[in-house]
Design a protein around this ligand. Structure first.
Ligand SMILES: Nc1ncnc2c1ncn2[C@@H]1O[C@H](COP(=O)(O)OP(=O)(O)OP(=O)(O)O)[C@@H](O)[C@H]1O
Ligand SMILES: [Mg+2]
Length: 222
């Protein structure tokens, strides 16, 4: 087995809204190895997106420890977490969060520019061409269809070849043909560069392409 990339030890996540306490994650333990592809499946509301948020350091657990390689990221400050995320994580969110006043090309290139990488624009062009968006470089998100926005979001997540790619229903808004192109691209980046992938999906065919499938029910692994 390759070395561990990320490990969750007894992770709990609760939200307190006024007097209402919602327990979203209830004591979860799991690991992802380097160059491993893990699918997370489960019903709506079971806690899948919450798990990705915890892996990305966008949410802090109420208790438990998350380790990334040999660093305990649950003890990081917000600044350190942001830095960690920029360097190591590429995320495709369920809602894409493209920057509205940046073009498709700028949205993708930004992901490299924040890490001070050179050739950001030409690399961004290459990946957008791969995704069939060669005529959409200068379009703003509002001028793109849902599926096109999703492809831009995927380009942005994988362009920097992060150690861990997190994808939340990455093919949810796409027709079969584009879904195939996108999944092939995500898997080929992951395999070619030996990067780990954690994929949330309702599509069992897609889940089967991963090395392992983890099912979540009501905040626990079943
Ligand atoms: N800020 C919050 N405050 C209270 N409850 C929350 C909050 N965020 C999420 N939840 C609850 O946590 C549970 C898990 O949400 P999560 O988004 O992780 O589900 P999911 O498995 O990704 O669902 P879906 O398949 O619909 O995307 C849901 O019941 C949701 O209502
Ligand atoms: Mg979700």
């Amino acid at each position: 087995m390759t070395p561990l990339l990320i490990s969750f030890s007894n992770i709990h996540l609760q939200y307190q809204n006024g007097t209402i306490l919602t327990e979203v994650i209830r004591g979860i333990d799991f690991v992802i190895h380097q160059n491993e592809r893990l699918a997370i499946v489960g019903k709506s509301g079971s806690g899948k997106t919450s798990l990705l948020m915890l892996m990305a350091g966008l949410e802090k657990p109420t208790s438990g420890q998350i380790k990334y390689q040999d660093q305990i990221i649950t003890s990081y400050t917000e600044d350190k977490l942001t830095d960690f995320r920029k360097k190591n994580i590429g995320i495709v969110f369920q809602s894409f969060y493209l920057i509205p006043n940046y073009t498709a090309l700028e949205n993708v290139a930004l992901s490299l520019e924040i890490n001070f990488q050179k050739n950001a624009l030409s690399l961004a062009k290459e990946i957008l061409i791969d995704l069939g968006l060669e005529d959409r470089f200068q379009h703003f998100p509002r001028q793109l269809s849902g599926g096109e926005q999703q492809r831009v979001a995927i380009a942005r997540a994988i362009i920097k070849k992060p150690e861990l790619i997190l994808a939340d229903e990455p093919t949810g808004n796409l027709d079969d043909e584009n879904a195939q192109v996108i999944t092939d691209l995500i898997f080929s980046v992951s395999k070619k560069y030996q990067k780990s992938l954690c994929l949330v999906t309702h599509d069992m065919d897609l889940a089967q392409r991963c090395d392992r499938i983890m099912k979540i029910e009501n905040g626990t692994i079943v």
